[in-house]
Design a protein. Structure first.
Length: 165
């Protein structure tokens, strides 16, 4: 049974929407990872593969498939990404109602990436999607600390220790 559907979003373009309700802590779905992108297997623009459809867990570049590539950013997200071995799951940060758009904060588990203007329109909107967890306000870093992946913590131990979270 499908958990979500893709349709037009008020945030940007297409979004992913719940077609069933989720309780805080529920796994919404396993992320559809198409493949790892490498120098020998680069993105294929002619097939619609875009850098915007990629994620960067633990130094890898992985191409996400539908519907997950349509999950939009929010500065007040209702889900987060749980990494387990080579798999990744969307997990509800709070209860999610049928018809609600599934969102995540793109800044969690990211360091030293690019930034762009935010269009999430949430009451907590930061106006910019930062390219780094370390650029977030300290209160947001504290809030997001439980959602950091083990590989992110391992790769950024010194930076995280300096924050005294």
């Amino acid at each position: 049974m499908p958990e979500v559907e893709v349709k037009s979003s008020d945030i940007e373009g297409l979004g992913v929407f719940a077609i069933q309700s989720f309780r805080k802590g529920d796994r919404i779905r396993r992320v559809n990872i198409i493949r790892e992108v490498t120098p020998d297997a680069p993105l294929r623009a002619e097939l619609g593969e875009l850098v915007d459809h990629c994620s960067y867990p633990d130094g890898k570049i992985v191409l996400w498939g539908l519907p997950d590539r349509c999950v939009n950013h929010s500065c007040d997200p209702n889900s987060w990404l749980l990494y387990e071995a080579d798999e990744c799951y969307f997990v509800a940060r709070r209860d999610i109602a049928i018809g609600e758009e599934i969102t995540c904060d793109y800044t969690i588990n990211v360091a030293d990436g690019s930034s762009w203007p935010c269009q999430c329109r949430s009451a907590r909107c930061r106006k910019m999607v930062s390219g780094s967890f370390f650029d977030l306000p300290i209160e947001r870093q504290r809030e997001y600390r439980p959602y950091l992946a083990e590989w992110f913590i391992r790769n950024n131990q010194e930076r995280l220790a300096a924050l005294n979270l």
